[in-house]
Ligand binder design. Sequence first.
Ligand SMILES: *[C@@H]1O[C@H](CO)[C@@H](O)[C@H](O)[C@H]1NC(C)=O
Length: 318
Amino acid sequence: MKAVFVLSLSIIILRAKAWSSVKNPFELMVPPIKIHPISDCMHVTTEEGDFVFKKIPHLGRAENEKEMNMVDVENPMTVCGLYVVGQPDKLVEITIKHLDVNCESGGLMAFVDGWELNGHYFPGVKDHHRSLNNRVSEFCNDHSHWPVMSYKKTFRSSQNAALLQYRIPIRGSFIANVHFRTIPEPCNIMVEDVSSYYTLRNYGRRGNCTLTALFPAVVSLVSINVGGKPESEKVDYECDSMEDRLDVGGTGGLDSYDMERSTYICGHTKKPGPEQAIFCGITSVRLMSSGKYHNEAVLLVRQADENDLELASLICPL
Ligand SMILES: *[C@@H]1O[C@H](CO)[C@@H](O)[C@H](O)[C@H]1NC(C)=O
């Protein structure tokens, strides 16, 4: 009975594909899930859908040289990742729909609340409200335990960036569904566009909120209200309160807690500030808040190129 149902459903889907000009009445009710094969070891996505990975062992000798090189280069213990980034006000929800990653043969997967690159994390380890242990959840299929549990698990990130890491030495596969959900009060934001406006807010809370771009960027202030000052014509670059301020700067690695700073800004104005270029691998803007004020800063961030060198306010060593 079930098989017949699946069959007729797949026929409907096939027909819908074949007659793409004919409106499918089911389309409104159940939007189709997009399938994305994972092709690169570092696979970056801004899309929702099912991400599919499958590794089958290479048997016999490689047919051509290109394939042989690939086999040689590939280290079985390599850790790869699906790097997901959504709109600034979204969190990432990842549901593992299928898992065949065997613990005994060295297979392992991990969901990371944020991104990890070369041992550095976004948001920075000291900036996150969760400890690193709680931000990383490891899992695999353990066939030594009985009964073998069917694996269906859902993870959620605290900001618009999340990472699904995997290490599959010999063979294995997984299907992970990526879905974005709205967060009412986003704090840390990963820049997902090469040119866009972003708002940093503390919602009256104490702590740091960081906006991070994974490229050298030109940053300019659109408006600012930091430190509870009366509105004026200009921004303050000599902030008397060190606790409430906006820092602009950069780093080589993902963690911007100890970033090199080019400027710190506070005050209250709607007058746009000048552009400044940060020539570092990672550009960050940090809003620091004592919790005494409702701080807010609107920024324009765009990717920097060689024409922006004269705007440089910080150049990181390579
Ligand atoms: C915010 O970050 C700065 C360093 O960038 C740090 O000195 C400060 O303690 C942090 N504040 C909080 C509340 O975590």
